[in-house]
Design a protein around this ligand. Structure first.
Ligand code: PA5
Ligand code: NI
Length: 182
């Protein structure tokens, strides 16, 4: 049985104290995610994880700090994934910034939800998910998901998402992804 514990989250930056396991994704880690080539050491996002056993009796929690920026007309975004155990659900709580949460099923349905301070997005089992920062400041959100969910990035790398969020003349637009493998 785990010992109860407390961590402190900075709602503005996403930092969690005390120190946690950090995953940092750079443009060079995002190759293939965008229509345009991207490379280099610029950090796109960071995930601060609170480690607990990866079982279905525990909840994994983490925060993501997704920086603002673009590759071509596509905003900075997370890689996106299905959960390895497909029916595992997840909740996001945005604490700072503005974004879109793009979700899709394996049979090609999609849904887009807004992310803004206070938004609680529910991601049901079976839906892949990717966050997109549409503003000029970092997007920060807290996530909680069932401990044994796992991350399947390969399906997204192979197929992409059915839609993209791009910058249009009057702000963010959702457009079909020409590279989506249905
Ligand atoms: O659990 C989640 O869905 C999030 O914490 C993501 O893992 C995080 O936002 C980073 O995205 P990705 O895992 O798709 O790189
Ligand atoms: Ni997830």
């Amino acid at each position: 049985m785990l010992q109860p514990f407390t961590r402190v989250l900075d709602l503005g930056t996403g930092d969690i104290a005390p120190e946690n396991r950090l995953v940092r994704r750079r443009l060079s880690d995002m190759r293939g995610a965008y229509a345009e080539d991207c490379d280099g050491a610029q950090v796109v996002y960071e995930v601060f994880n609170i480690d607990v056993p990866e079982t279905n009796s525990e909840l994994q929690t983490c925060t993501t700090r997704l920086y603002n920026g673009k590759v071509g007309d596509e905003y900075f975004m997370t890689k996106g994934h299905f959960h390895e155990v497909r029916d595992r659900s997840e909740v996001y709580l945005t604490t700072s910034g503005y974004g879109r949460l793009v979700m899709a099923t394996e049979d090609g349905r999609y849904a887009i939800e807004e992310m803004r301070p206070g938004s609680m997005n529910y991601i049901p089992g079976g839906w892949s998910h990717r966050s997109v920062n549409v503003a000029d400041e970092p997007l920060v959100f807290f996530a909680a998901y069932i401990g044994d969910s796992g991350h399947d990035y390969g399906s997204i790398e192979e197929r992409g998402f059915p839609v993209l969020v791009v910058e249009g003349p009057s702000g963010p637009e959702v457009v079909p992804n020409p590279r989506y493998q249905s």
